[in-house]
Design a protein around this ligand. Structure first.
Ligand SMILES: *Cc1c(COP(=O)(O)O)cnc(C)c1O
Length: 392
């Protein structure tokens, strides 16, 4: 009897889909050391440059001195401490919702929210390109699970016609591998017309989007009734770790009762909540970070178009360059690395077959000169690589 892992690994390698973990030997930031090599990186989700911010670090230190390191227990036992509570109140105020509930990761927040809200006899409808954690949550819930065409309200409407039981429509706010944003006004309209609830996971929108960093919901000016279940993660623009679900009093109380990934896990370190309280303050008040980011995004798109690269329909910090073939994407990523630039190749199954891409991400910590270095490196690589082999 054997699992024959060697054969599975060899097959993955042969398809150019083998995954490896680069070893980061410096703090997060534009200039990093990876596997012993100094690199200029364009692949983190630290969009506002807060992951290594001195004030956030200081808040973490002070938090650890006052509250210790470990959470010590689950929230329902004796692990729900004052910093967690203060952060929940701050996040509720920030999102304009009555309550917010802190989770240890975004993956857990999504599993918890979906499985607490729908089950057998219900329906969950998801965008085809939703984050893996949302798709896993839908499958795990036991509800009837269906995917609609990407960002297509008409395709959603068709599936809503056939929905039974409590119906939850679930979408990313900003699509993590494409950088485009959900057409929330249209999705909310369809959901409301059928009495379904809309859940938005805005992991990549909080921070960069909205006048005050309030994400896609602030961007579109949507109400609590439009988006009854709002998820944010803290490991991206907040620069820390964890996640939250924001919504009504009843929603949050229900999650506390029924969301297993909330109940059966140790609370995050209280000092982490102290750090996030500080990063939330910076995220809201330091508008220059969003403005600078927009300048860099415009600069990158303009430069990339001049080189003739195929960009995606995105005004967010996620600016993928479409390549297609997985092997070619890996090759370009390697060539960039030889030039001191780090950009990750994203391949199936993370993205659909034939749509491998370089996922460029920009952050407020980058300078215009650094973005120019990236553009120069890209021009050089693509020139050396020659035209793409034509595919049928
Ligand atoms: C990163 C991400 C998550 C997972 O969040 P973690 O806190 O990293 O577990 C969930 N949803 C989306 C859209 C994400 O991009």
């Amino acid at each position: 009897m054997s699992f024959d892992l060697a054969a599975r690994l060899a097959a993955r390698r042969a398809e150019n889909l083998y995954r490896q973990r680069p070893l980061l030997e410096s703090p997060q930031g534009p200039q990093v050391v990876v596997d012993g090599q100094p690199l200029l990186a364009f692949c983190s989700n630290d969009y506002l440059g807060l992951a290594n911010h001195p004030q956030v670090i200081e808040a973490w230190r002070a938090g650890a001195s006052r509250w210790g390191v470990g959470g010590g227990a689950s929230h329902l036992v004796i692990g729900h401490s004052s910093p967690h509570h203060a952060l929940e109140e701050a996040l509720a105020e920030f999102t304009g919702r009555p309550r917010a509930l802190l989770f240890t990761t975004g993956y857990m927040a999504n599993l918890g929210a979906v499985t607490a809200l729908v089950g057998q006899g219900d329906t969950v409808l998801e965008d085809r390109l939703n984050h893996a954690s949302l798709l896993d949550a839908g499958l795990l819930s036991g509800a009837r699970f269906n995917r609609y065409l990407h960002n297509d309200a008409a395709s959603l409407a068709k599936r809503l016609e056939k929905a039974t039981g409590n119906t939850l429509v679930v979408t990313d706010g900003v699509f993590s591998m494409d950088g485009d944003i959900a057409d929330l006004p249209a999705l909310a309209r369809e959901a409301k017309a059928k009495g379904a609830w809309l859940m938005v996971d805005d992991a990549h929108g909080f921070g960069p989007l909205g006048a005050n960093g309030g994400g896609i919901v602030e961007h579109f000016g949507l109400s609590r009734e439009d988006v009854p279940v709002l998820v944010g993660t803290l490991g991206k623009a907040f620069g820390t770790a964890g996640a939250f679900v924001a919504g009504s009093e009843e929603l949050i109380e229900s999650l506390i009762q029924f969301a297993r990934p909330y109940i059966y896990t140790t609370s995050q370190p209280p000092a982490l909540a102290c750090a996030t309280l500080k990063s939330l303050e910076l995220l809201r008040s330091e508008h220059w970070r969003r403005e600078h980011l927009q300048t860099l995004i415009r600069q990158f798109r303009h430069g990339a178009e001049q080189i003739g690269l195929e960009l995606m329909d995105s005004f967010t910090p996620i600016q993928p360059i479409m390549i297609g073939d997985a092997g070619r994407a890996v090759r370009v990523s390697q060539m960039l690395r030889e030039r001191g630039l780090m950009v990750t190749a994203i391949r199936p199954p993370t993205v659909p077959a034939g749509s491998a891409r370089l996922r460029v991400t920009l952050t407020a910590a980058h300078s215009e000169a650094q973005v120019q270095l990236l553009l120069d490196g890209l021009a050089d690589c693509f020139q050396q690589l020659g035209p793409e082999p034509s595919h049928a």
